[in-house]
Design a protein around this ligand. Structure first.
Ligand code: ATP
Ligand code: MG
Length: 427
């Protein structure tokens, strides 16, 4: 036997035991985006590196140290595995002129790639659900996005998630604030870590986003962005807060919230939980009014958010949200020369009737087959011997005893196909 080949560090397999949780999550999300009129868009996983450098920003964690970038040896192109979806989505919108008929509400989902140190809630391949609204100036659409998130948490059965809000203001307001922040950081230069010292002049706002625990006191003392807001951003931020109060959504204003990507402006938000340790941000987003123009499109205001699927699934597990496992309606056991082909026909006819059916394969005694039927979680066993096959019949036996069922319903019964369908469907 050859040496085993391991998976790549930080990139996980989702195993069948967890499949029902992912399926529940995906089904819930699909219903949810439909309820708000968002349309699906699917972008490739590879993009030109330049797209991310120009949109996310050169002096950011993602672009400085987290991107999987390589040269396509066949044509020399610099390519990157997407670290997030907004840049790709905006690129696709511009490339296909999707804003020509008017604003668009879009959503997507899929794997993202960041070369980070793997730990609980932080992986090198992880999944995001992204929602983007392009061509909308807000703040009504910002409120829609937050109300939408709150609904999803309810539908997933999640609690213990708080909303944090901030406004980054306009580019001009940020430039004013930047001056004050740099002065503050220079005063405390001795307390800055290496990242912060490097960024103090190239991208000082990023210092506020530092995860380093030793930096938190210094960050807490920094001047506040919201004290320098321009009139328009301040009005939009107030408008959003009014809508949230009317919708009964609690929030806290966190003046240090800057987001790890450069393209944001105006209102930004994060949904955070204390139940997952250090990786507590489960969803994040905000406005990015200059991004469309920045990557070559006709100027259009926009906003959006992305959520981390692994973190939300972990929070569901942590807070005890139960998800029912999908079980087959029936498991067919069969033995005998006539029973084997008749079993195949029966399986297809039951599936025609909309039932989920597992057909036993691999032979074995009735007893061992019945053990498999039980283990499958199926509600019914369909038992076929040569007797049944010759008569064109089948035997149906309930495997799960249900409270309140009449005694007779639990017994094995020999019936024809239409009646078998009815029995199996009846519960
Ligand atoms: P963090 O501060 O945790 O590094 P971020 O600000 O880099 O997050 P975003 O780029 O805003 O994250 O991505 C949106 C969401 O995607 C995050 O809130 C988080 O739930 C999830 N996410 C980001 N990076 C990872 C990762 N490496 N592994 C798992 N989930 C992630
Ligand atoms: Mg990050």
């Amino acid at each position: 036997m050859g040496k085993t080949v391991q998976g790549v560090r930080g990139m996980n397999d989702v195993l069948p035991v967890d499949a029902h949780r992912w399926a529940f999550f995906e089904d819930t999300v699909r219903r949810w985006v439909r309820a708000y009129g968002y349309q699906a868009i699917r972008m490739p996983i590879l993009e030109r590196t330049e797209l991310f450098v120009r949109s996310i920003g050169e002096v950011t964690d993602i672009v400085e140290k987290e991107m999987y970038t390589f040269k396509d040896e066949l044509n020399g192109e610099q390519l990157t595995l997407r670290p997030e979806g907004t840049a790709s989505c905006v690129r696709a919108v511009i490339e296909h002129n999707l804003l020509y008929p008017g604003p668009q509400r879009l959503w997507y989902w899929g794997p993202m790639f960041r070369h980070e140190r793997p730990q609980k809630g932080r992986y090198r391949q992880f999944h995001q659900i992204g929602v983007e609204a392009l061509g909308f100036a807000g703040p009504d659409i910002d409120a829609e996005h937050i109300v939408m998130c709150a609904r999803l948490w309810r539908e997933l059965g999640l609690r213990d998630i708080r909303l944090e809000l901030n406004s980054l203001g306009s580019a001009e307001a940020r430039a004013r604030y930047r001056g004050k922040l740099v002065a503050y950081l220079e005063q405390h230069a001795g307390e800055l870590d290496a990242d912060a010292q490097r960024r103090m002049h190239s991208n000082p706002l990023r210092v506020l986003d530092s995860k380093n625990p030793q930096m938190q006191a210094l960050i807490a003392g920094a001047p506040k962005l919201t004290d320098d807001l321009d009139g328009e951003s301040a009005a939009a931020f107030a408008g959003l807060q009014t809508s949230l109060r009317a919708a009964g959504i609690d929030f806290v204003i966190n003046p240090r919230l800057v987001r790890g990507l450069d393209y944001y402006n105006g209102t930004v938000f994060e949904w955070v939980t204390d139940r997952l340790g250090a990786q507590g941000t489960v969803c994040a987003g905000g406005r990015y009014d200059s991004l469309v123009e920045q990557i070559g499109g006709k100027p259009a205001p926009a906003c959006g958010f992305a959520m981390g699927v692994e973190r939300l699934l972990a929070l569901m597990a942590e807070t005890g949200v139960a998800v029912a496992e999908a079980v087959p309606d029936a498991y067919i056991v069969r033995q005998g020369d006539a029973a084997v082909p008749w079993g195949e026909q029966v399986a297809e006819r039951l599936r025609d009737a909309g039932l989920a059916v597992v057909l036993h394969c691999g032979g074995g005694s009735f007893k061992s087959q019945m053990k498999k039927a039980d283990a499958s979680g199926a509600r019914y066993a369909v038992i076929i011997g040569d007797d049944e096959a010759q008569a064109g019949m089948l035997a149906v036996k309930a495997l799960r005893v249900t409270a309140g069922a009449a005694a007779g319903q639990q017994e094995q019964r020999r019936v024809a196909l239409p009646e078998a369908c009815e029995i199996i469907k009846s519960r």
